[in-house]
Design a protein around this ligand. Structure first.
Ligand code: SF4
Ligand code: SF4
Length: 316
């Protein structure tokens, strides 16, 4: 698989601001990939992701992991007793009782200490190694399309598992490696405090093996659904005054079809969920008409789908 092409497809379709980040956990004794560099200062895993999404390829042995919690969760070092016991969560006032802290710790995913020896990260387009997971930093709308793409061939819904604690290490790396299922995270205390993720961004992590299928589904969605949704084609012409007192509306919809513009393509009839519209013969041509206008629910699908902009709705 050509990682650069894959990254370009994903970035272009989703209009990503940041490169998706390829993340791999190296086993003890596993060769360090070429073209990854040990940073000059220790970084948290979330910071390393931020730096990689900016175009840097990193080799992160335990000595370069600044967050002992994250490094232990990813199996690089033993967990310190104070982190394992949950005490620190109480000191930071992130959880109210040791019982809560222990439950949260017990239900997150971890690798046993010594399972891995280092992490490597790179922008997907530059990755010289096969990643375990690919982590996106994105906006909710972009995340929605990834969710759609992941459901595209199966129809399956997603059951995400996250907590607001140990975001990039537990929820985005370990969990996705273990379950081989896409997962989201809204960041955690550490990631929000120090990693430059904006208030409007979230994360999603995808098992690398799923990424090609996801990109294929995105390409299909990009043929119609994504551009139409982004153009907001179903918007009624005026929606900002609906709560202003005015003449009472009976809720009836007047459908005006401009016969001069209509080419009789039939898209409006095909898309109308209420069977309001119908093509009829008109002077030797097929033209759209609205014989069942009383059934119209004002969904604006016909107005949005008509390539000729021949349909206008008025709600009275
Ligand atoms: S979609 Fe537009 S052009 Fe096509 S039949 Fe309907 S009104 Fe006419
Ligand atoms: S607005 Fe919706 S329900 Fe009404 S005619 Fe158009 S597609 Fe049908």
């Amino acid at each position: 698989m050509n990682y650069r092409e894959l990254a370009t497809t994903l970035t272009t379709i989703l209009t990503l601001r940041w490169s998706p980040v390829a993340v791999k956990l190296l086993k003890p004794g596993e060769e360090v990939p070429e073209h990854v560099y040990e940073p000059s200062v220790p970084l948290r895993h979330c910071q390393a992701i931020t730096i990689a999404r900016r175009g840097n390829s990193l080799y992160m042995p335990p000595r370069k992991h600044a967050c002992p919690d994250g490094a232990a969760i990813m199996g690089l070092i033993p967990m310190s007793p104070k982190l394992r016991s949950g005490e620190l969560y109480l000191l930071f006032k992130k959880l109210p009782t040791l019982a809560c802290a222990r439950k949260m710790i017990a239900t997150r995913q971890e690798f046993a200490a010594g399972t891995y020896a280092a992490t490597v990260l790179a922008p997907l387009e530059d990755a010289g190694f096969e990643p375990d997971v690919v982590i996106f930093t994105l906006y909710p709308e972009q995340l929605m399309w990834l969710c759609c793409a992941a459901s595209y061939s199966t129809g399956e819904r997603h059951a995400f598992h996250t907590s607001g604690y140990n975001s990039t290490c537990a929820d985005l790396t370990v969990q996705v490696m273990k379950n081989q299922k896409m997962n989201i995270s809204f960041g955690c205390y550490g990631a929000r405090a120090i990693s430059e993720i904006s208030d409007f961004e979230a994360y999603v992590s995808v098992p690398f093996q799923e990424l090609g299928t996801l990109a294929d589904a995105l390409a299909k969605l990009a043929a119609k659904s994504i551009p139409e949704a982004r153009r907001k084609i179903y918007m009624p012409p005026v929606i900002d005054k609906v709560s202003v007192p005015g003449p009472a509306s009976a809720g009836t919809v007047a459908i005006r079809i401009d016969a001069d513009r209509c080419t009789g393509c039939g898209l409006c009839e095909a898309f109308c969920p209420e069977a309001v519209l119908q093509l009829v013969a008109d002077g030797g041509q097929q033209k759209a008409s609205a014989p069942a206008a009383e059934k119209c629910c004002a969904c604006y699908t016909c107005a949005g789908q008509c390539p000729q902009k021949a349909i206008q709705l008025t709600v009275r």
